[in-house]
Design a protein around this ligand. Structure first.
Ligand code: FDP
Length: 319
């Protein structure tokens, strides 16, 4: 069992060393994610100020024009992930098409990411995050992104909150690391995260209630009758982070208007489902296990219900 306080790089190395055939490339791939997200974290901390400077159309202290935070995060990830040479291809929420970096030829992995999820919350100082999902390169074309979630080699998120945390899995449990800003290192703070089999919280945008179908309305009504706590931040990383730690259920269902829900399969639903599954929970669209869906496009949306096992079983009973 890893020691509390162990730094992320050592943890990743030790995890990889346990694989007899490991070449070290996953370590390099994850380290690139780590470096980019540390810089994003520093920028998020400056967001209030950057926003002020941005609004008055000013240049920052380095004489550069102030960029929007989501654009900046996207550029940082593209730069660091490409430079690592480990990724054959990159797909981002911010880009229509995948990109294939020049020095990624021969790269063992493809990565899909949401550079700054929950960005509608930036202006109001609420937690936001980066989500990533890594698969092996199989065919060396865009189809590599369209693999089932259960074939992910690693997935995780970084939440920029009261502290910055990186939570990830390589399919051997879920571990959380908190950024120590004084030394710029992620330190193991939440080893082997397991969510309770049953939680006490439900998390869904109830503003959409009138657009849901009857079984879902009945389920949410039943939770209310029992006095289940409601918590909805409206930032997926923050809502899923709470669900991982405290259990309960997080949902973004389909509704009358959005027949496939809102959340994207490749870089939101699938990596979060891998983490939830590895922490002992379950993730479903209401019909299928999210991890078993074979994607048909990069920006495909799916309905999402994820969380504690017993809660998901109960929900499925209603649906
Ligand atoms: P946002 O629009 O702020 O980027 O998929 C994006 C997302 O946030 C998720 O992070 C969040 O869970 C969801 O949308 C919130 O959507 P609603 O505002 O419709 O509830």
């Amino acid at each position: 069992m890893a020691q509390l306080g162990m730094d992320l790089n050592r943890f990743i190395l030790e995890e990889e060393r346990r694989h007899p055939l490991a070449t070290g490339s996953l370590t390099l791939a994850l380290t690139a994610v780590e470096t980019a997200t540390k810089i994003i974290s520093a920028n998020v901390r400056m967001a209030g100020l950057a926003n002020v400077l941005g609004k008055i159309d000013k240049v920052n202290i380095q004489g550069e024009e102030v960029q929007k935070l989501d654009e900046m995060s996207n550029n940082l990830l593209i730069q660091h992930l490409s430079d690592s040479g480990q990724f054959y291809g990159l797909a981002s929420e911010e880009l229509d098409d995948a990109i294939f970096p020049e020095n990624g030829a021969g790269g063992k992995y493809v990565i899909a990411f949401d550079p700054l999820d929950g960005s509608s919350n930036i202006d109001v100082n609420v937690n936001i995050g980066t989500i990533f999902s890594i698969h092996k390169t199989e065919k060396e074309n865009e189809e590599d992104f369209l693999q089932e979630g259960l074939r992910q080699v690693a997935a995780g998120y970084v939440v920029y909150g009261s502290s910055t945390m990186l939570v990830y899995t390589t399919g051997k449990g879920v571990n959380g690391f908190t950024l120590d800003p004084s030394v710029g290192m992620f330190l193991l703070s939440h080893p082997n995260i397991r969510l309770p089999d049953k939680g006490k919280i439900y998390s869904i945008n109830e503003g959409n209630y009138t657009k849901w179908d009857a079984p879902l309305k009945r389920y949410i009504d039943a939770l209310k009758q029992r006095g289940t706590k409601a918590r909805y931040i409206g930032s997926m990383v923050a809502d899923v982070h709470r669900t991982l730690i405290k259990g309960g259920i997080f949902a973004y269902p389909a509704d009358e208007k959005n027949k496939q829900g809102k959340l994207r399969l490749l870089y939101e639903a699938s990596p979060m489902s891998f983490l939830i599954d590895q922490a002992g929970g379950r993730a479903t669209t209401g019909k299928d296990d999210i991890l078993s869906i074979k994607p048909d496009s990069l920006h495909q949306r799916v309905p999402v219900f994820l969380g504690s096992r017993d809660d998901i079983d109960e929900l499925l009973g209603f649906l």
